[in-house]
Ligand binder design. Sequence first.
Ligand SMILES: [Zn+2]
Length: 308
Amino acid sequence: MTTRLYSHPVFLEHLTPPGHPERPDRLRAIGRLLEDEAFAGLERVEAPRGEEAAVVAVHPSAYLEAIRRALPESGLVRLDADTTISPKSLDAALTAVGGATAAVDSVFAGTADNAFLAARPPGHHAETVTAMGFCLFNTAAIAARHAQRRHGAGRVAIVDWDVHHGNGTQEIFWSDPTVLYASTHQMPLYPGTGAASETGAGNIVNAPLGPGSGGAEFREAFRARVLPALDRFRPDLIIVSAGFDAHHRDPLASLNLTEADFEWATGQLLDRASQFSGNRLVSVLEGGYDLEGLAMSVGAHVKRLMKG
Ligand SMILES: [Zn+2]
């Protein structure tokens, strides 16, 4: 298996206020862990800057321009209660898009079997015209559209195990049966969406978990809801919205997953990727706010991706 790791130093230059959980140290912690020799086999690639055409396939160009106009010369500008931008935020968000679309290109070209994008800001709360929840562009959604437009993928599945529901991804694909969106998340919790009754065009599968749920409940939700949906859908590409804030150490939520649970879920998705999508799987970092829990979980996830 060839696993690519996409990242870029500009991801450290998207700044947030002091004490904000979504901070550059998250990527520094991941970077330190991935220096271990266990990851020597990773193919490390600098993420290119994304094409604005890829962004505007999901977000209107007026939205992109509004973010460009809002960029400060220095300091921070607040877009909502918890989403801020700094001078380099647009560069970081566009490079996250570039990393995700390049990862999609590489799995379709066969130069990699799968890929992990260590980027920030995250993306899954960003709706068509609304930045929120630390997110500017919906990177996973843009990667899915890119796979369809550039590579003729008929069906793309986005599996989201971030502890928060990906309201943005759900909103973007709400009436689009060519994209399956399947999410496990804590409920009740921000942003408040993600009830099992929210099913879109039959392409939305929400598996909410109560506060305090652990690995057993998570795996059961995967087995009962997420995996059967993938088996019915038979995706040409699997994209993972890989947030690691369902880890028991995470300060923003109260699920109790361990690294082993993320490793298990990764294996289940790799199994479906080998069955349906020629191994093509692209994983995109979303949340995860305890530095140790995040780094250990990413390590388990990436190690499993490398095993294939
Ligand atoms: Zn999250």
